[in-house]
Design a protein around this ligand. Sequence first.
Ligand SMILES: Nc1nc2c(ncn2[C@@H]2O[C@H](COP(=O)(O)OP(=O)(O)OP(=O)(O)O)[C@@H](O)[C@H]2O)c(=O)[nH]1
Ligand SMILES: [Mg+2]
Length: 461
Amino acid sequence: MSSESHALDLDTIAAVATPAGRGGVSIIRVSGPEAWPIAERLTQKALLPRQPVFCGFRGADSEVIDEGLTLMFRGPASFTGEDVAEFHGHGGVIITNLLLETCLSFGARLANPGEFSERAFLNNKLDLAQAEGLADLIDAPTEQAARQASASLRGAFSAAVNTLNKQLIELRVFVEAAIDFPEEEVDFLSEGNVISSLRDAQSQLSELLRQAKQGAVMSRGAQIVMTGAPNAGKSSLMNQLAQDAIAIVTEIPGTTRDVIRQPIEIEGVAIQLSDTAGIRDATNVIEQEGINRAHAEIEHADIVIEVIDDNNRLAPTDAPIRHHCVIRVLNKIDLSSRPSGIVSEEADESVQPSTRQSPTVAVSAATGDGIDTLKQSILQNLGLGDSADSTPFSARERHVTCLKQAASALEHTIERFEAHRAGELLAEDLRMVHAHLGAITGAFGSDDLLGEIFSSFCIGK
Ligand SMILES: Nc1nc2c(ncn2[C@@H]2O[C@H](COP(=O)(O)OP(=O)(O)OP(=O)(O)O)[C@@H](O)[C@H]2O)c(=O)[nH]1
Ligand SMILES: [Mg+2]
């Protein structure tokens, strides 16, 4: 997927770049070889790059449709790297569409979702991780996520990947040189510094992976599902975490039937909370359907919070929850007089130590006692700990996968090198590591991947 291998589509594309609806201004963007002729025909003015001109926008019959600013960019000094025109008209749906239709009738075609960004990538204005940072900036669920996506757009994540890549390239050059001069190969390869360089790259890669995992959670947010026996206090806990009376709370077991979802934010992390029906052997069909939905919700969760009434520990639930991350919450401690916070293993008599996956937290959904500890435990379980603030960039699951593949390829490289000390094998293995890292920034990859990434962008970006 190196940008050179792509024959650039020479169509001129156009789209509305601002959200649909009423507003002060709406912007139409045109990019491609016809941008200039289209703009001159639309405005009937001679236009200069980067000099906004106030003018009428005229249709094929020269009648003025709207008036506003025209701003031109001459490629490659533009967002896409091509000639770009921007028409800033009035922000009504009909008038904006009329202007867009006129651009299309003058020779542009409607842009596909993400096509402006794709062209920016193909013209080397952005690498792939930057383009994804741009899409994540637009979709950022919290201020913190937006800051991190903005850093990725500006190249912070790519720079970290490239630094590591550069180190691997230097090592490859060294190894390839050693292969070309076989009389020196043995000496060179037996020196400890190859292994120490590999180990150094390995530790940098694992740090990068840690940061990318954090960045991915920050930019997509997390799904947390509340589950447990009827009346345990799931809805009360949801309301306490949301600081709002979202779900109905009553003393009648089986109050919640439908899944109730509420977005909240914990220290800049976007979280979608789901409150579910209490799980028990229900005979009522409505309640049973609610319980089925609760189980389905658990499948998509990052974390399951199992709420247990600390005064009624034997409340009937069905089979234990199968999920890789379950935080157990002992609720209603205002009645049981248990101290709030993390419950030590000895004090947590209800569970076999072998089945414990995450700490148990004692809270009162009624008074809010212990809720801060629960929030910290949530962050810890998302891999954010206290450092959510310091995650330097946004990332995606795709990047995490590439980094994991690179890490396992590097592990394999080290093992093979330690076993054989063979220059050719080392060179080949390093090429694999390099290819996995290169897929992050788009230096290596496939057209299918590009299509998948850019088609999820919004139109006009
Ligand atoms: N004292 C006390 N009462 C609580 C606490 N949390 C919940 N309750 C009470 O327990 C009862 C059940 O609370 P809910 O939040 O509706 O419980 P639930 O788990 O959502 O119940 P279902 O939706 O029926 O499964 C209500 O009467 C709440 O007021 C708590 O921390 N302390
Ligand atoms: Mg409920």
